[in-house]
Design a protein around this ligand. Structure first.
Ligand code: AMP
Ligand code: ZN
Length: 516
């Protein structure tokens, strides 16, 4: 397996520190706002990387912090008129909800910066003792001039760097690139006591201290967006290697490309953010995953509604194949038992034989998901055409289709794609109905005033007719401009996995069912 390492600026063979195990640290969010689609890309890229490593059989240990003390949080607290700790709590929860919606495989641990102040103080003290840091009136700075290799991650030389835009100029610093390890307390801001007086840690030391604590002195993968290469990761590396006197702090530095909006990097400071939580109100989170999977994680993506629509179609293409196979398999007993002479099953066999090796070859090359998915799209097209060409399938074909379905689910799962089969109300089975019986009967009683007994009879004898009652009721409410009630009915059905889609030909009813 080869990965692109920012440190060497090249693709290199991936060899973890310990055979069969991979340790990953991904810089977590600064919790002062809901995440935007650019942040989401970062966490999704590393979710895909993590899942694929697991698929390859590695035992992965994943740490992702919360930066819960920072100037931005303090400013947001002033804006919202609540304490900084409440701001951090609110947006940490928001992040966890967004992560669940996008089906991120949760980290093994989510350390909070504010719960690791003693570890940070110990590290800062170590850097002071070793002469890599100096104290200036309650602030502590890292002295970049003391670390000969400063700049090795971002590939810049200290004497060629110009201070300005990204680095604060401050005459108390010995070099403009020296950065704060500890910041003296200001009135009304959160602070902790330390050997240098009350204050709070700088951002970079948080990640070094937490990654060293949970992953040890030399771990495998450190991830984040490309904007973190400098100064954040450069500084993390400097602190850690000076403190431990060991190198490398991180074996592979991986960075995802930017999400841009009409060409500009999406960033809160630019004011062009699209929040993830707003996108997933309209689009299936799997569509967002598909959007990011179809571009290589290191390449930029210009975000647009049009791209989401394209991704919807791409996701549906794979989804439909799995759904179509599922439908054919359900009707197994009606099928003939022998393969018809002359029927060419090469497209089925080709995918069974080559689907996984081709997928793995692409993913092994620096997680090339677009190429890996390319193989799935092609197979989906071919196999869908095959399915559409015949009415009946032999048992041999059904066995092959079963294998294909399982392979699709397994390979999709390797990058976090889940497939949903959309059935119609006629297709649902007894078990599915029974699970929803009580809620659906009382729902009809509530919305349509039908008594539960009558509703029960209809439910048993004519389930599609039963569902239609809700659909007609919603249409009537819409005609009466009672939008809210109409929306409540739709939301109720959605909660029961019954989706309504208003099309030119009327309202389409689809049943959502996860394929496992
Ligand atoms: P922040 O909370 O600003 O530290 O950002 C969280 C993560 O999202 C970091 O790894 C950033 O590098 C990443 N990130 C921020 N903006 C973008 C963007 N527009 N495109 C891709 N990644 C981004
Ligand atoms: Zn970090």
């Amino acid at each position: 397996m080869r990965v692109y390492n920012t440190l060497t600026q090249s693709k290199v063979e991936f060899i973890p520190r310990e055979e069969g195990k991979v340790s990953i640290y991904v810089c977590g969010p600064t919790v002062y706002n809901y995440i935007h689609i650019g942040n989401a890309r970062c966490y999704l890229s590393f979710d895909v990387i993590k899942r694929y490593l697991k698929f390859k059989g590695f035992d992965v240990y994943h740490v992702q912090n919360f930066t819960d003390v920072d100037d931005k949080i303090i400013n947001q607290a002033k804006k919202e008129g609540i304490p900084a700790s409440e701001v951090a709590e609110k947006y940490s929860q928001g992040f966890i909800e967004d992560s669940k919606a996008l089906k991120f495989d949760p980290p093994d641990i989510r350390p909070k910066a504010t719960e690791h102040i003693p570890e940070m103080i110990e590290m800062i003290q170590g850097l002071v003792d070793k002469g890599f840091a100096y104290v200036e009136d309650g602030d502590v700075y890292f002295e970049v001039g003391k670390f000969d290799e400063y700049g090795k991650l971002s590939h810049r030389k200290l004497d060629e760097m110009e201070a300005g835009a990204r680095v604060e100029v401050d005459e108390r610093k010995r070099n403009p690139f020296d950065f704060a390890l500890w910041k003296k307390a200001k009135e009304g801001e959160p602070s902790w006591s330390s050997p240098w007086g009350d204050g709070r840690p700088g951002w970079h030391i948080e990640c070094s201290a937490m990654s060293l604590k949970y992953l040890g002195r030399s771990f495998d993968i450190h991830g984040g967006g490309q904007d973190l290469i400098f100064p954040h990761h450069e500084n993390e590396l400097a602190q850690a290697e000076c403190y431990t006197a060991e190198s490398p702090f991180v074996r592979y530095w991986l960075h995802n490309g930017f999400v841009t909006l009409t060409g500009d990097k999406m960033a809160k400071s630019v004011g062009n953010v699209v929040l993830l939580k707003d996108v997933i109100k309209k689009y299936d989170p799997m569509v967002v995953r598909m959007l990011f999977l179809t571009t290589h994680y290191r390449s930029p993506i210009d975000f647009s509604e049009e791209k989401l629509k394209e991704s919807t179609r791409s996701y549906e293409r794979l989804n439909n194949l799995v759904g179509n196979i599922d439908r054919v398999l359900k009707k197994r007993e009606e099928k003939v038992s022998r393969l018809e002479p002359g029927r060419d099953v090469i497209v089925l066999k080709a995918f069974i034989e080559n689907g996984e090796p081709e997928f793995v070859e692409a993913m092994d090359d620096d997680f090339n998901a677009p190429d890996a998915l390319g193989g799935l799209f092609k197979a989906a097209r071919d196999i869908n055409t095959y399915l559409a060409s015949y009415d009946e399938f032999s048992l041999d074909e059904l066995d092959m289709l079963q294998d294909i379905k399982e392979l699709f689910i397994r390979l999709g799962g390797a990058v976090g794609l889940e497939f949903t089969s959309f059935l119609s109300p006629e297709d649902v089975d007894e078990e599915w109905r029974e699970e929803r019986r009580a809620v659906m009967l009382s729902g009809l009683a509530k919305f349509a005033g039908v008594n539960v007994k009558d509703a029960g009879v209809l439910f048993n004898r004519d389930f599609p007719g039963f569902v239609k009652k809700f659909v007609d009721l919603r249409a009537a409410k819409r005609a009466e401009k009672e939008w809210q009630t109409a929306d409540t009915i739709r939301a109720f059905l959605d909660s029961q996995d019954i989706l309504l889609e208003d099309t030119a030909a009327g309202t389409l009813v689809r049943i959502r069912r996860l394929i496992v």
